[in-house]
Design a protein around this ligand. Structure first.
Ligand code: SAH
Ligand code: SF4
Ligand code: F3S
Length: 455
């Protein structure tokens, strides 16, 4: 037997880890948690895959094409292994959780780790040998990584994510997340406040509180502790850290967004006036089949409530085209809802059947691919017009923006977001990233507010 075969693959003197992140903002934050766990064990981050001892992909399963992209990347990673046999390939995150040991078939990869098992990554890495890949896909009812300070991988040092909860209990019929992320659990508010405070002390100006459904955040008081904390209360606690610290949050579920949250937003200027409120469909019968637990009227009432309390609140959404059994009338309901609400922007998707979900078991995926695409394109075209309309309503308005850096299109100009989350481009008066400035909207496109800089 070749002695090399029983030696662990990792060279402990210079372990370098390369991480690619797919999927939602929760995954971006999880990669920062993973890096924190690995750094404590002496690993360093590299941005060069050729230099890496460990290649990790933090993956997404939300739609089939998300997974297909990752299979393509796995092929690329395996090419590295052809060049350097001792490189370790790990698939972590939602696809790891969904496919489990199927990812180990044919020894495609060395490590498979689900979203609740990141604390075990150093051990999994130590235990890997060429003949024994390692897997941990246990889901937890408690894990929130509350004690771990994520190592921020973004470069700007201005804006950061804080996960306030994990998992999802909603079981929308099309969605794989409850299976890949497990049951919902909220994180201890003390640890959230500590992390937000630390970020602010380190110069961060904007934090986004993250969860699959932030409105159902609930920290239940244990014996001897102060009272329970709900999402509105948490939002207020974070907003009170400093008026200079902007607070955002995502995602809100329409069935749960409460008046208390809306009034709390209105009460604090530093809570950004933007709600991402995924509607999915404008047809009540589709919403019922999707198990969203609200109908068209409920959704429109929530939008009306938000706008009555916060008239200039940005509202964005997610839409799914061509869900099981969707008629042309259902589709028309989605279009008419979009016209009625005039969302600022939207993420729009063709329905993708996910194995194991309720919809995959109960309802045939019966809208042909071409028809789904046609409906999706109609939705995208309409949203383009609505985004423009929404931006035109801001012509002449003045906003405070947080400067992010040079504009991508014109490096002589700066860009930054207004409280309502719209991207503004404006001439530089020497501001640095992280400064606040006031701008006036002079003209618009469907994607950007083009502004003068009032200083
Ligand atoms: N927790 C969030 C959504 C997270 S997933 C919420 O409930 O609002 C992000 C978006 O992906 C969803 O809002 C939905 O529009 C889309 N999505 C989820 N599953 C999908 C599927 N099977 N096919 C197409 N789009 C899907
Ligand atoms: Fe998926 Fe629904 Fe949970 Fe959002 S609320 S993550 S769409 S199951
Ligand atoms: Fe994807 Fe998992 Fe997020 S499936 S969207 S990475 S929770």
């Amino acid at each position: 037997m070749d002695i090399n075969n029983i030696k662990p693959l990792i060279d402990p003197s210079r372990p370098k880890v390369y991480i690619e992140t797919y999927g939602c903002q929760m995954n971006v934050n999880d990669s920062e948690v993973i890096l924190s766990i690995l750094q404590k064990e002496g690993y360093v981050l590299t941005e060069d895959m050729d230099q890496a001892n460990i290649i990790l992909a933090n993956t997404c399963s939300i739609r089939e094409n998300a997974e297909q992209r990752i299979w393509g990347r796995i092929d690329q990673f395996r090419l590295q292994k052809k060049k350097r046999q001792d490189v370790i390939i790990g698939i972590v995150g939602c696809m790891a959780e969904r496919l489990k040991d199927k990812l180990l078939d044919g020894h495609q990869v060395d490590i498979v780790a689900g979203p609740d098992s990141y604390r075990s990554l150093p051990q999994l890495i130590r235990d890997v040998t060429p003949d024994s890949p390692q897997i941990n896909v246990l889901l937890s009812h408690e894990e929130t990584y509350a004690d771990i300070s994520p190592v921020r991988m973004d470069k700007n040092g201005i804006s950061a994510f804080i996960s306030i909860m994990r998992g999802c209990n909603n079981v929308c019929s099309y969605c794989v997340v409850p299976y890949t992320r497990g049951a919902e659990r909220s994180r201890d508010p003390k640890t959230i406040l500590r992390e937000a405070q630390e970020l602010y002390s380190n110069g961060y100006k904007e934090i986004t509180l993250l969860g699959q459904n932030v409105d159902s955040y609930l920290w239940k008081a244990e014996e001897g502790e102060e009272a329970s904390v709900n999402f509105a209360q948490l939002l207020e606690m974070v907003a009170k850290i400093s008026p200079e610290l902007r607070v955002r949050f995502s995602t809100s579920h329409p069935k749960d967004i409460s008046d208390e949250v809306i009034y709390t937003m209105a009460a604090y200027p530093n809570i950004c006036k933007h709600i991402h409120l995924p509607v999915q469909s404008g047809s009540s019968s589709m919403l019922e089949k999707m198990r969203r637990k609200y109908d068209r009227e409920w959704y429109l009432e929530r939008v009306a409530k938000i706008r009555s309390v916060i008239p200039d609140c940005g509202i964005t959404t997610d839409v799914i085209a061509g869900f099981c059994g969707e008629t042309l009338e259902d589709h028309a309901d989605t279009l008419s809802l979009m016209e009625e609400v005039v969302f600022d922007s939207a993420f729009m998707f063709a329905y993708s059947e996910r194995p194991g979900t309720l919809a995959s078991r109960k309802y045939p995926d019966d809208i042909p691919y071409e028809e789904k695409t046609r409906r999706l394109n109609e939705i995208i075209a309409l949203q383009g017009r609505m985004s423009l309309k929404s931006n035109e309503r801001d012509l002449g308005k003045e906003f405070e923006v947080l400067v992010e850096g040079p504009s991508k299109k014109n490096p002589d100009e700066l860009c930054g977001r207004a409280s309502n989350n719209k991207m503004c481009v404006f001439p530089s008066h020497g501001e640095k990233p992280g400064d606040y400035t006031h701008v006036k909207v002079e003209s618009v496109t469907s994607a950007t507010l083009i502004c003068s800089n009032l200083g």
